[in-house]
Design a protein around this ligand. Structure first.
Ligand code: HSE
Length: 436
């Protein structure tokens, strides 16, 4: 059979890795796909500076539109990232009847609904395994492996940079800024590191996971995002002493009132496997009613781990080239006509347990005032530690764990506690999940 001709947009880290994996494993890949996958054309911003990847038989161009408009190319692999020109290129490729494989989480999270609608109209496939958790085949697992289940929640460590920073803070007692500088130096962070540390990157990935888990449209605008910039070494140490680890988690949960989509630092019991996922590694925990909890772990970024997902998508596309569009796996796991507009909860309605750290005067009645405020809002205290005052200081750190409560009740209680004359500064609040 004739080889399938593909064009690659972007020869950065992932593009280079994809060319190398396709070349090195060509024989295995052909045996799996049933046809040879041939990269004919690749676009790079500066073709003179492309190096470190297998370019034999690949023509280079500086014009990515040449690829999406080339009649010979059947599959376009978009590895440029960002919104534009990626979106225009993908839509143009679809309009020209080409299948698309992309690693672009931001593009799918924000424009996926439009892109999939265009693809369905044209009868082409858009695959995006590499957009979430790098090399972990989590899209495949949820979309196909768990399709017999009603999925009630999932939780993931889906940003390697934040996980690296939190791990360094815990293991080496490093400050946030110092650990971030190293993550950037090692090339883990996005071009704009605020996407990593403010939870935006994880929010993009969570948007995609929630859609394929629950069969809802992609709604990045409804994801609550809070990053790790307010986590201090003291929080990491207190959490550890209480038997917890702090992780930046993306959580999607079905509740009777609607779906919760949230990214925030989270205390998780140390004994959970996912609490022990360290450094740049990613992991996603998915709960299905039939299978129970399942955990997926692996490299969330990097040239070849991400290329592994890109190539798997290419193999899927090649295998399905001759199938009728209606017999292919739907883009968002559920048939397009069965995607449901479930209500999405506002942050005020989230229900979680909390870790609270505050500084209060060391004198009788202070704890009573605080617990009275919490009790009035039906917030139950699970554990409490009061540290010794430092020499010469009259204030002490107080750390509290609460039971489940509504976020709006907790916000109101925090405002009241912060207003007490005996409490100084802001309360540091971190949500908790048992993930049981
Ligand atoms: N910056 C991302 C991370 C890379 O840290 O996980 C992969 O999306």
């Amino acid at each position: 059979m004739k080889p399938v001709k593909i064009g690659v947009l972007g020869l950065g880290t992932v593009g280079g890795g994809t060319l190398n994996v396709l070349s090195r494993n060509a024989e295995e890949i052909t045996r799996r796909a049933g046809r040879e996958i041939q990269v004919c054309l690749a676009a790079a911003r500066d073709v003179q500076r492309v190096r470190g990847c297998e370019l034999q038989g690949v023509r280079l161009t500086a014009d990515p539109f040449e690829i999406v408009n080339d009649p010979e190319i059947e599959v376009v692999v978009e590895l440029i990232g960002g919104y534009e020109p990626a979106k225009s290129l993908v839509l143009q490729a679809i309009a020209n009847g080409k299948h698309v494989v992309t690693a672009n989480k931001a593009l799918i999270a924000l424009h996926g609904n439009e892109i999939f609608a265009a693809a369905e109209k044209q009868g082409v496939m858009v695959q995006f395994e590499a957009a979430v958790a790098g090399g972990i085949p989590i899209i495949k697992a949820i979309r196909e492996g768990l399709s017999g289940n009603r999925i009630s929640w999932l939780a993931g460590i889906i940003n390697g940079t934040s996980n690296f920073i939190l791990t360094e803070m815990r293991d080496k007692g490093r400050d946030f800024a110092d650990a971030l500088a190293e993550a950037q130096q090692r090339g883990y962070a996005e071009a704009d590191p605020t996407f990593d540390i403010e939870g935006i990157d994880a929010g993009h990935k969570l948007t995609i996971l929630a859609s394929i888990a629950f069969g809802i449209p992609l709604r990045f605008d409804k994801v609550y995002t809070e990053g790790i910039t307010r986590i201090t070494r003291a929080d990491v140490e207190y959490a550890e002493a209480l038997g917890y680890r702090i992780k930046l988690l993306g959580v999607a949960r079905k509740t009777p009132g609607g779906v919760e989509l949230r990214v925030h630092p989270t205390l998780i019991p140390k004994r959970r496997l996912i609490a022990n996922v360290d450094g740049v590694m990613n992991a996603v925990l998915v709960y299905g009613d039939a299978v129970g909890p399942t955990l997926y772990y692996g490299a969330g970024a990097g040239a070849e781990p991400t290329a592994s997902a890109v190539v798997a998508d290419l193999v899927d596309v090649v295998r399905a080239l001759t199938s009728d569009p209606e017999n292919r796996v739907p883009h968002l796991a559920f048939q397009a006509s069965a995607i449901s507009q479930a209500p999405l909860l506002a942050a005020d309605e989230f229900k979680t347990a909390y870790y609270l750290r505050l500084t209060a005067e060391d004198k009788p009645g202070v704890l009573a005032d605080i617990s009275q405020i919490l009790a009035a809002r039906q917030i139950s205290i699970e554990a409490l530690i009061q540290k010794e005052p430092r020499p010469g200081e009259s204030s002490v750190p107080i750390i509290m764990l609460t039971q489940l409560t509504l976020e709006k009740e907790m916000n109101a209680a925090i405002a009241e506690i912060e207003a007490l004359a005996s409490v100084s500064g802001k309360i540091n609040r971190i949500r908790m999940e048992t993930l049981g």
